[in-house]
Design a binder for this molecule. Structure first.
Ligand SMILES: [Zn+2]
Length: 764
């Protein structure tokens, strides 16, 4: 045969057992046939291509088989061979296509012929296909015949729309509803057929074929036929299927889903552009994306859905889905799916489907602008995720903001004593505690004693300043819902203004948010609390990055969209940046905390590696929290001393209006020896020799850090490269006298804070 029959014809089932996916129908039929309890009229209904006509033929074959009554046609008798695929047909089995022969005349004609007895076989059987096309008059003409047929007559009606068959006919038939065939069953069928045809098919292509077939065996086989026809020597590949069937490539879907998860607007609209550029139908893309979101919703609810076959995907695809679902919150997902589904309706007949697709994407991207319950829920999801990881209640006890701190110095100095006492009480045990995930406070306390004996005069006045601020963490956290949208959306050029406006402007409940406070929502302390989890996440992605983070780096600052990592040597930083590890960390942070930070790697020799070490840097006001300030001088002092010593003499005499702000960072005099109570900082921090050769770059980073502090305090967002000179001036203004002048503590307190010492506790 030079042109072989189409697949669906060659593989048309010849027995009920070969009909796939319709056991609920074929089994009772077989039972009825075996028991010879056959009705005189049947109605097979169901979607097209699911086996109605085929089953009707099998039924006719079985009824007229020489072996009857039997459950299956024997396949060997004359009747069975005549009715087999490629057989000549039987004069006693008449197939009528009602689409073309549904009129009343055809019905009358049928009625007259029906009374003649079968020529050879047991029954005269009419198979009336597309029965819904029979006109009402036609049905009425048949009514009497179907109601009281002669004993040799059997009717089988097959239709996609059983409700169009008039009730008087329907009520005289046995109705067997056929259904769409489950994808898993079709997948097996497709693989099986390919094996029988000797055609290779990539496992990833099978779901596409099944999807294109939409549950219809005939359609599925037609699609498969087409793919086999177009296949090269390598067989039916996924690529071929995607291209030929017009599906959106999985890579594009992966890309846009990842972009949504990261709120990366640039990437989202990049994908939309690719879709259009590659000539795909935006509507089809939206459908495919919706289908993907549906898969993700299911994977989020049932993590092992891919392996149990709840969703029909290949194994590696299943793993990707699980990872993507983890990046979304549950309500984030369903919200995105809702938006997309609604958008799809709008896209029907839209003049510019691309425009609509982009608007839909913009809506998905902006949870901050969504005030519906779902939008709020999506934001809550993210917060819960974050707090669940942090797990430490950040400060119910914490007062609202740092504003009061500046306005009410007396109150702060009153707090000083208890703070100091507490610190001392904690110190000894904390000294042994590993400086790991624990909040910064204990670690700091451990270092505190190191300076106190010598530092005291300066320490005490400063204590209040850093003590109060445990708070900045608080406003940051409280304002989170509002500020949240900002960093996320800022990656989204088109959506940015839209998201920020509603997100940050109108939140009266946000406690006094001083101008210049970080808008990113998370304070440095928060970030450090979450940091070990981020580091863990990095570990599973890239071991080298993980090692660098644990051995050489520390979070030294966070502000808005930027997370600053300090590396204790330039080599480590180089290796981190060049290896693209910053991107790894960014991804990990998105996964764990849900914030898309730009990672800024700087060299900072004072860094205590190990992630959540003591909060000693100062990029944002949130650092002032706890008592890190006391700990810092230990490490910072050498660099500082070198950098600033020359100017310190004269500068020391200047009045210091800015002092109150920076009070926490007073370094001790350079000559003071380190005490041995605290955990040893890295060796270079202990290099106290005045000639310690710090490379210039280190001083720069220290300066940069200070500059950032200065700016945030002044109510500006830090600008990395500008105003360096200004920052330097500021630095020289507050440091030197502290280092060289040995001011009386009471004097210092008074000068910087307007405070008065009530009681002084001697240390050791
Ligand atoms: Zn037979």
């Amino acid at each position: 045969m030079d042109s072989p029959l189409a697949l669906y014809r060659r593989y048309r089932p010849e027995t009920f057992s070969q009909v796939i996916g319709q056991d609920h129908v074929t089994q009772p039929l077989r039972n009825a046939l075996a028991n010879d309890r056959v009705n005189h009229a049947y109605l097979f209904s169901g979607p097209r291509g699911c086996g109605k006509t085929t089953s009707a033929r099998i039924l006719a074959r079985t009824l007229n088989c020489a072996q009857a009554p039997t459950a299956e046609p024997c396949g060997e008798c004359d009747s069975c061979r005549d009715l087999a695929t490629g057989g000549g047909g039987s004069i006693d089995v008449i197939e009528i296509d009602a689409a073309s022969h549904g009129g009343v005349d055809d019905a009358r004609d049928l009625r007259e012929k029906a009374f003649f007895a079968p020529v050879r076989d047991r029954f005269k059987i009419y198979i009336i296909d597309e029965a819904h096309m029979v006109s009402n008059q036609g049905f009425n003409a048949l009514l009497k015949l179907v109601e009281e047929p002669p004993p040799h007559l059997r009717f089988i009606f097959a239709t996609t729309e059983p409700e169009k068959v008039i009730p008087t006919i329907r009520s005289r038939t046995h109705h067997y509803p056929f259904r769409l065939i489950p994808p898993r069953m079709l997948s097996e069928h497709v693989s099986d057929l390919c094996a029988r045809e000797g055609v290779a098919i990539e496992p990833a292509a099978v779901p596409l074929v099944v999807r294109a077939g939409a549950g219809s065996a005939r359609d599925t086989l037609s699609v498969l036929d087409q793919l086999i026809g177009g296949a090269g020597p390598e067989g039916v590949t996924h690529r071929l299927a995607v291209a030929l069937l017009g599906f959106t490539p999985d890579t594009l879907l992966d890309e846009i889903v990842d972009a949504f998860a990261a709120s990366d607007g640039a990437a989202v609209f990049g994908v939309v552009d690719k879709v259009i550029e590659s000539g795909q139908d935006p509507r089809r893309f939206a459908e495919d994306l919706l289908r993907r979101l549906r898969d993700l919703v299911i994977v989020a609810a049932v993590p092992d859905a891919p392996t149990t076959g709840l969703i029909d995907v290949s194994q590696d695809q299943g793993e990707r889905l699980a990872a993507q679902a983890a990046r979304f919150g549950g309500s984030d997902l369903s919200r995105a799916a809702d938006i997309l589904a609604a958008g799809l309706m709008d896209m029907k007949g839209a003049i510019s489907p691309r425009l609509l697709l982009e608007l839909i994407c913009a809506r998905v991207l902006l949870p901050g602008a969504d005030h519906t319950t779902d939008g709020v829920q999506a934001r809550l999801d993210r917060m819960e995720k974050r707090f669940a990881i942090g797990a430490v209640p950040t400060g119910d006890a914490q007062p609202p903001s740092r504003a009061p701190q500046q306005q009410q110095p007396t109150q702060q100095s009153a707090q000083y004593s208890p703070q100091q006492a507490a610190r001392q009480a904690v110190a000894p045990p904390a000294a042994q505690a590993p400086p790991s995930a624990a909040p910064a406070a204990p670690t700091t306390a451990a270092q505190a004693p190191a300076q106190e004996p010598v530092q005291q005069p300066q320490q005490q006045p400063q204590a209040p300043a850093p003590a109060a601020p445990t708070r900045p963490a608080q406003p940051a956290a409280a304002s989170e819902p509002a500020g949240w949208g900002a960093p996320a959306a800022s990656a989204t050029p088109p959506g940015q203004s839209a998201s920020q406006a509603p997100a940050s402007a109108p939140d009266p409940s946000t406690p006094t948010n001083p101008p210049g406070a970080p808008t990113g929502g998370l304070s440095l302390v928060d970030v450090r609390r979450l940091w070990p989890d981020v580091v863990d996440a990095v570990r599973s992605r890239r071991r080298l990055a993980w090692m660098l983070l644990t051995q050489n780096a520390q979070v030294t600052g966070v502000d808005g969209n930027t997370l600053t990592l300090g590396f204790n040597n330039a080599g480590a930083r180089e290796s981190f940046v060049k290896g693209g590890s910053d991107l790894i960390v960014r991804e990990a942070a998105i996964d764990v905390i849900g914030v898309a930070w730009n990672i800024d790697a700087v060299v900072d020799p004072g860094v205590v590696p190990g992630g959540a070490g003591p909060a000693y840097t100062v990029k944002s006001p949130a650092v002032k929290p706890t008592q890190p300030a006391q700990a810092q001088p230990d490490q910072r002092q050498p660099e500082r001393a070198q950098a600033d010593l020359p100017q310190s003499g004269p500068a020391g005499q200047r009045p210091q209006p800015g002092r109150g702000d920076d009070g926490g960072y007073e370094p001790p005099p350079p000559s003071e020896p380190p005490d041995d109570d605290g955990p040893p900082p890295p060796p270079e921090s202990y290099d106290r020799s005045p000639a310690a050769q710090q490379p210039p770059v280190d001083q720069q980073s220290v300066r940069a850090a200070r500059e950032a502090i200065q700016q945030t305090r002044n109510g500006e967002m830090p600008k990395r490269n500008d105003d360096r000179a200004l920052a330097d001036a500021a630095v020289s203004r507050d440091d030197p006298d502290a280092e060289s002048q040995e001011l009386d503590s009471a004097e210092l307190l008074k000068r910087t804070l307007g405070a008065r010492v009530i009681e002084e506790i001697k240390h050791q």
